[in-house]
Write a protein that binds this ligand. Structure first.
Ligand SMILES: C[S@@+](CC[C@H](N)C(=O)[O-])C[C@H]1O[C@@H](n2cnc3c(N)ncnc32)[C@H](O)[C@@H]1O
Length: 197
């Protein structure tokens, strides 16, 4: 992303909708928020989860309780059972080894593996597939720009759906934002629920 204020202009609708979907599902669960940015979903779900872990490499992040994180290595914010820390998504795979993930969040998914940019993780794609195959989360929440989801250059919705079909049941696909809005503000979100243990 270009800067944080740009991200903050993205309609809050995505968070409200995802929060509503998760509201009765988070209690006692281990949640991982991949490349969490400022972890905005924390304002939209009850804090009844067992743990909430998020990583990001952005130099400045204002987390929900107002704490500013810098990009020095080992920078982290701990708030009760919430841990948000500096680290790229490859670090995340190492960090989570042996840990349980019940709910995996990929919000504002990027396409850096196709068009690298300073805010686009080139490794997110591989990381996600790895985390899902190792940790077998019960729920995956995928939220993404419609352009990235459906433009044939990126095709993320189809790519992830194909990757996880069979093992996961995909939920309804919810489209948000009008044609008048900037492409980055037109979003889509869906969920994947694991069929078997
Ligand atoms: C589009 S923003 C989404 C942020 C947040 N998930 C949200 O939905 O509000 C993408 C985020 O990925 C982070 N990022 C980019 N490359 C990364 C990497 N290699 N490892 C971890 N985070 C990365 C950026 O700093 C940015 O915060």
């Amino acid at each position: 992303m270009e800067n944080l204020s740009e991200m903050n202009r993205v309609p809050e609708e995505r968070l409200e909708r995802i929060g509503k979907y998760l509201k009765n599902k988070v209690k006692g669960k281990h949640i991982v928020d991949v490349n969490c940015g400022s972890a905005p979903l924390l304002n939209y779900i009850p804090h009844t989860f067992k743990s909430y872990y998020g990583n990001d490499i952005s130099p400045e992040l204002f987390f929900p309780n107002g704490i500013l994180k810098s990009n020095r290595k080992n920078a982290r914010m701990v708030h009760g059972n919430i841990l948000l820390e500096y680290g790229d998504d490859e670090f995340l795979v190492e960090k989570l080894k042996g840990k349980k993930i019940d709910i995996l969040l990929i919000l504002g998914a990027t396409v850096g593996h196709i068009t690298p940019g300073h805010a686009e993780s080139e490794t997110q794609d591989v990381t996600l597939k790895r985390l899902v195959s190792i940790h077998k989360p019960k729920i995956i929440v995928l939220e993404i720009a419609q352009e990235y989801a459906y433009d044939t250059r990126f095709d993320l919705m189809h790519r992830y759906s194909t990757e996880w079909e069979g093992v996961y049941k995909r939920g309804a696909v919810v489209k948000m934002g009008t044609k008048e809005e900037l492409p980055r503000n037109r979003r889509v979100f869906t969920t994947f629920e694991r069929k078997h243990e």
